[in-house]
Design a protein around this ligand. Structure first.
Ligand SMILES: NC(=O)c1ccc[n+]([C@@H]2O[C@H](COP(=O)([O-])OP(=O)(O)OC[C@H]3O[C@@H](n4cnc5c(N)ncnc54)[C@H](OP(=O)(O)O)[C@@H]3O)[C@@H](O)[C@H]2O)c1
Length: 272
């Protein structure tokens, strides 16, 4: 296997590893022959090879030999051992992109050794459908070209934003855990629709598509949500009647407490 700047390796090809690998292929960012997955589970390895026609291996040194960029996609509790096994094969040409929740840049650099550059990423589950939200922070050795490459890599799975590492607990709360919070609200909308006699399947479709359409409208027009609400809320109309209840129920306050609790938990987990 010849090293190439376009070869991307995955250490771990579970849910997130597969989602990112699939997005790279789907978006055209990488071709299957430019990808290699190192995966411990035999059945999973076979599945990844069959689905995407990428090279697979059980040996971390194969990744280092073939790739300049290695996505670290094992569970946080497996990362130290996995990275220590990889470290002896790492050289100056390697860029490590970690998606492990809570693993700091300092810890990643310590495990990787002095040569490789590291980047920390917090993605979310929506990378699986190409609509992920990923925040990234560069390690101290990373270069300007790494910033551009990582932004392109993550951009092929959705949107990417560079943020300072101390903000990662807030990122974890908002976009990392966010899909579950939005799903909670969507479920509540669908259940409330069912209580108004809509068939459950129809209520779910109405809630899901309305959430998707609203997100796309606000995202694509960069419209301020408050201005959007004002525009769709005619005086004494149906939307105004519903919004008055939302305001009285302190939903805004509950959302604030929700994110603070998630960020606090992220800080606790990071302290180990
Ligand atoms: N899921 C999310 O929503 C989400 C969001 C943001 C970030 N993340 C991060 O994404 C990372 C991956 O999460 P995931 O949900 O994709 O985990 P996962 O489904 O458990 O995938 C990890 C895979 O890597 C394998 N593995 C473990 N050690 C290995 C090694 N040394 N060499 C090769 N393969 C190895 C695991 O095998 P075994 O099953 O045998 O251990 C498993 O198949 C985590 O660090 C997590 O913090 C996840």
């Amino acid at each position: 296997m010849q090293p190439s700047p376009h070869q991307v390796g995955f250490l771990g090809a579970g849910k997130m590893g597969e989602a990112i690998l699939a997005a790279l292929i789907r978006s055209g960012c990488c071709r299957p022959r430019e990808l290699i997955a190192c995966e411990a589970v035999d059945a999973r390895r076979a599945e990844i090879r069959r689905r995407y026609r990428v090279k697979v291996t059980t040996c971390p040194a194969d990744l280092a030999a073939a790739c300049d960029t290695i996505v670290l996609a094992v569970k946080p509790q497996d990362l130290d051992a996995a990275l220590l096994a990889l470290a002896p094969s790492l050289a100056r040409r390697h860029l490590l992109v970690s998606i492990a929740a809570g693993k700091t840049l300092a810890r990643l650099q310590e495990l990787a050794g002095p040569q490789a550059r590291v980047v920390r990423v917090m993605p979310n589950l929506a990378v699986a459908v190409g609509e992920g939200m990923s925040a990234f922070a560069l390690g101290s050795r990373a270069r300007a070209a790494d910033r551009r490459w990582v932004a392109r890599l993550l951009g092929s799975c959705g949107q990417a934003i560079e943020l300072d590492e101390p903000l990662f607990d807030a990122v974890t709360a908002l976009s990392g855990s966010g899909p579950a919070f939005f799903a909670y609200f969507m479920q509540a909308m669908a259940d409330a629709g069912t209580a108004l006699n809509l068939p459950p399947g129809a209520a779910r479709l109405l809630a899901c598509q309305t959430m998707l359409g609203t997100a796309r409208t606000l995202g694509e027009t960069a419209q301020d949500p408050a201005a959007f609400i004002q525009a769709v809320c005619s005086p004494k109309g149906t939307t105004a009647a519903g919004l008055a209840v939302l305001e009285r129920s302190s939903v805004r306050n509950a959302v604030g407490r929700t994110l603070r609790a998630a960020a606090r938990r992220s800080r606790e987990l990071n302290r180990g």
